[in-house]
Design a protein around this ligand. Structure first.
Ligand SMILES: [Mn+2]
Length: 367
């Protein structure tokens, strides 16, 4: 490039690109302030201390609008989100991916449930990334299934689905997936097809959903019971006195935690609500409504693609006998305890927020 400064460098005003002499110099090159400085850096006669002064004595780059902690990086190099797409070790990176899955399904599994999971996975098309969370430490055995080789396997012993979800499904990591299925291992999928399910979820604008449950067994709530005469339902009758408001759980705005499906936006909120220590997730189902608006319209049950709950108490068997109680009893007690802890935390957090806002609004009136 043929360019020379119109004045000796020593006469340039420090710390700014806006001084007249510099402005003239920039005009001559048509460059922005930062480009101008960088270009000058490339011209060997620019002395480093001048550049440091101009940039405020720190690094040359400081972009406050970057994600927190990355202010010193040029925005163009920042990649804030990721995915689970498997790449190859050779060739052109831009040609690695023949298919970019739009959906993610995770199962929290023990090897004993392999046949059930094999049947379930087959109901999810190639548009799904498959992820298994292994709570029994057995991972390589799954390679007897062809699909296992393209699945993501995460192994950590004796943890729950919500423990894994909090740690491995950060919204920025799963950003590429439009819908995220976070499912248990004991679900029967004979009458379920994932692609058809997603069509219905889109059609009925459901941000959080689950398939209807066959009512033969394992049914706790009326809301999740499959209706045979419709595609989707969003409210139900419960036992007398169970619902303070027909638009609130468990009569509406409610699905269970055994087979939830989240839109990416809903998951971004729900992930933040999951507590690191409350690993069973009890109570989360009643709070999901906090994440979508209006909840009684955006949360619902898909009836025409349904599942049945096989009620395999695999989690209880991962417990430990304490004080003469069976392992499953200890697990069950903790579930209930977590539920009440979660309710208390949520209520306290909201109370604290409203109190703070009241103080602020009171102060406002005196300003
Ligand atoms: Mn179950």
């Amino acid at each position: 490039m043929n360019f020379s400064l119109p004045v000796p460098l020593s006469q340039l005003p420090p710390r700014t690109c806006e001084g007249k002499l510099v402005r003239d110099a920039r005009k001559a090159t048509g460059k922005s302030c930062m480009h101008f400085l960088i270009m000058m850096g490339n011209l060997k006669y620019l002395n480093a201390s001048f550049l440091m002064r101009v940039a405020g004595k720190k690094n040359e780059i400081y972009v406050p609008s970057n994600p927190k902690g990355t202010e010193r990086l040029a925005p163009g190099i920042i990649v804030p989100e990721s995915d689970f797409y498997l790449r190859r070790l050779w060739g052109n990176p831009s040609e690695d991916l023949t298919l970019q899955q739009k959906y993610l399904v995770t199962f929290t599994v023990g090897y004993d449930q392999k046949n059930n999971i094999d049947a379930a996975v087959k109901k999810f098309s190639e548009n799904f990334t498959i992820m298994l969370f292994h709570y029994d430490g057995r991972t390589s055995e799954w390679d007897e299934f062809e699909w296992s080789k393209r699945a993501i396997h995460v192994s950590a012993r004796k943890q729950t689905k919500w423990w894994y979800a909090k740690r491995f499904l950060h919204p920025d990591i799963v950003a590429r997936y439009e819908y995220i299925f976070i499912w248990d291992e004991d679900l029967g999928v004979e009458h379920f097809d994932a692609e058809e399910y997603i069509k219905l979820v889109r059609k009925h604008d459901l941000e959080i959903s689950q398939p209807g449950l066959e009512p033969n067994k394992g049914l706790t709530w009326q809301m999740t019971k499959r209706r045979s005469d419709r595609e989707v339902h969003k409210e139900t009758e419960e036992k007398p006195g169970w619902c303070s408001n027909p638009q609130l759980p468990p009569c509406a705005a409610f699905v269970e935690i055994m087979a939830p499906v989240f839109s990416h936006n809903a998951w971004r909120c729900v992930w933040h609500m999951i507590q690191n220590d409350l690993i069973h997730g009890w109570g989360l189902d009643f709070a999901l409504r906090k994440c979508v608006e209006p909840a009684h319209e955006k949360i619902g049950v898909v009836d025409s693609q349904w599942i049945d709950h096989k009620v395999v108490p695999s989690l209880g068997n991962q417990g430990k006998a304490v004080d003469g109680k069976a392992p499953w009893q200890g697990v069950r007690e903790r579930c209930h305890k977590e539920w009440s802890m979660f309710q208390t935390r949520l209520a306290d957090a909201e109370k604290a927020y409203y109190k703070k806002m009241a103080v602020i609004s009171t102060n406002d009136t005196h300003v």
